[in-house]
Design a protein. Structure first.
Ligand SMILES: *Cc1c(COP(=O)(O)O)cnc(C)c1O
Length: 383
């Protein structure tokens, strides 16, 4: 083979990251120590939210978000089919019903119009919430979704797992960072190594609401609180008020998260350089995710649409380039087919899935490697 394997995404761990982890390993706390709070504070500061709650992964973060917002068994929430399964599964964990609305065929984001149509086709109170996803790193315009949600009394969980560092400008020309909570109730981020910030496993839930913040803290740690300690209680006293979980992040992971977070802004700039190179090479030849005016894509992914994506996928693989598909529509996964979603009319999503392929996108992808990727893609189509 002429080149090393080029994956579609990879982490960037430096000596500084290693040093931070090793220092934590020899400190007093491996978990529930000072690094967790330090990471939460730094993250909230970066995103611009009031509160941040570190969790063991984003799936757990989505799970406790849905619970904190009060979804009850049998209640319904809406999400996009073009996402990782966890965006929908969190509704199921709470015993809720998942309803899918279709995507916009150019941005690949949950369509505001389709969501509105779905909501307005049902009686008032039918739905409780919406979970839009900043797919590939492209921010959902949450100002628009908030207007719709307000009208129908719905909560919004922004699945921002792809988008730390992404932003859009709202109608007041104010910059809105993904997950900052201006137009959503909570934002959720993932620190899986394939995402921007690598903790091994990890996640963060952001919010501006003190009451949601308190519920998230409770649910993260078994539903246990020491809040109601009085002078008559011994030092050991605590109360378990809800059936919570152990969804904590460790200090070891948090130490890594802190040094990783500090690199994110640069990483997103590099991701955008890479995106520009792809766009220049593919312009008028290959369709790629469109970028609405006033948006800055954090570019977890770079997605193109092609005929014969399996052919391209195999061809690239033969040349040690490991592209990926994001995503098999969630309503087409066997679990969701079995509970009755296989026949939902989500034609934009299915059309998209028939053509989508994600090309290598990560800050340490070299120009030379990227040129090889571009060359192989164009070669496959134009000989
Ligand atoms: C990765 C991802 C998740 C889940 O993240 P984990 O930290 O692996 O649990 C949820 N939603 C989206 C959109 C993701 O990409």
């Amino acid at each position: 083979m002429e080149n090393n394997i080029i994956p579609y995404g990879r982490q960037n761990i430096t000596d500084e990251d290693i040093k931070a982890v090793v220092e934590t390993l020899t400190s007093d706390f491996l978990t529930q120590g000072p690094k967790v709070a330090e990471f939460e504070k730094a993250f909230a500061n970066y995103i611009g939210s009031k509160y941040a709650v570190a969790v063991n992964n984003a799936t757990a973060g989505l799970h406790i978000s849905v619970l904190a917002l009060g979804l009850k068994p049998g209640e319904r929430a809406i999400t996009t089919p073009i996402t990782f399964a966890a965006s929908a599964n969190c509704i199921r964990y709470a015993g809720g019903e998942v309803w899918f609305a279709d995507i916009d065929p150019d941005t690949y984001l949950l369509s505001l119009e389709k969501t509105q149509e779905l909501i307005e086709s049902k009686p008032k109170g039918f739905f409780k919430g919406i979970i839009p996803v900043d797919f590939a790193g492209l921010p959902v315009n949450l100002e628009d979704f908030r207007k719709l949600a307000r009208k129908h009394d719905l909560w919004i969980i922004e699945d921002a797992c792809h988008a730390p560092g992404g932003y859009f400008f709202d109608s007041m020309e104010k910059k809105q960072m993904c997950g900052n909570g201006t137009y959503s109730d909570v934002g959720v981020f993932s620190f899986h190594p394939v995402k921007h910030i690598a903790c091994g496993e990890g996640g963060m839930v952001t919010t501006n609401s003190e009451s949601i913040y308190k519920k998230l803290l409770l649910l993260r740690t078994h539903g246990i609180t020491k809040e109601n300690m009085s002078e008559n209680h011994g030092g050991w006293y605590y109360e378990m008020k809800e059936l919570g979980f152990n969804f904590r992040l460790t200090d070891i992971q948090s130490a890594l998260g802190i040094t990783q977070l500090a690199k994110n802004e640069k990483g997103v700039i590099r991701r955008n350089e890479i995106a520009e190179n792809y766009k220049k090479a593919f312009k008028d030849k290959i369709k790629y995710q469109s970028l609405p005016e006033d948006s800055y894509n954090a570019h977890h992914l770079f997605v193109i649409e092609v005929d014969d994506k399996k052919g391209l996928y195999d061809y690239l693989r033969k040349h040690n380039i490991f592209s990926q598909i994001h995503y098999i529509p969630v309503h087409k996964l066997p679990y969701y087919i079995e509970i009755g979603y296989g026949t939902a009319d989500l034609s934009n999503s299915e059309q998209y899935y028939s053509k989508c392929i994600s090309l290598p996108m990560y800050p340490t992808l070299s120009d030379k490697e990227q040129q090889l990727v571009i060359q192989k893609v164009l070669e496959f189509y134009h000989g």
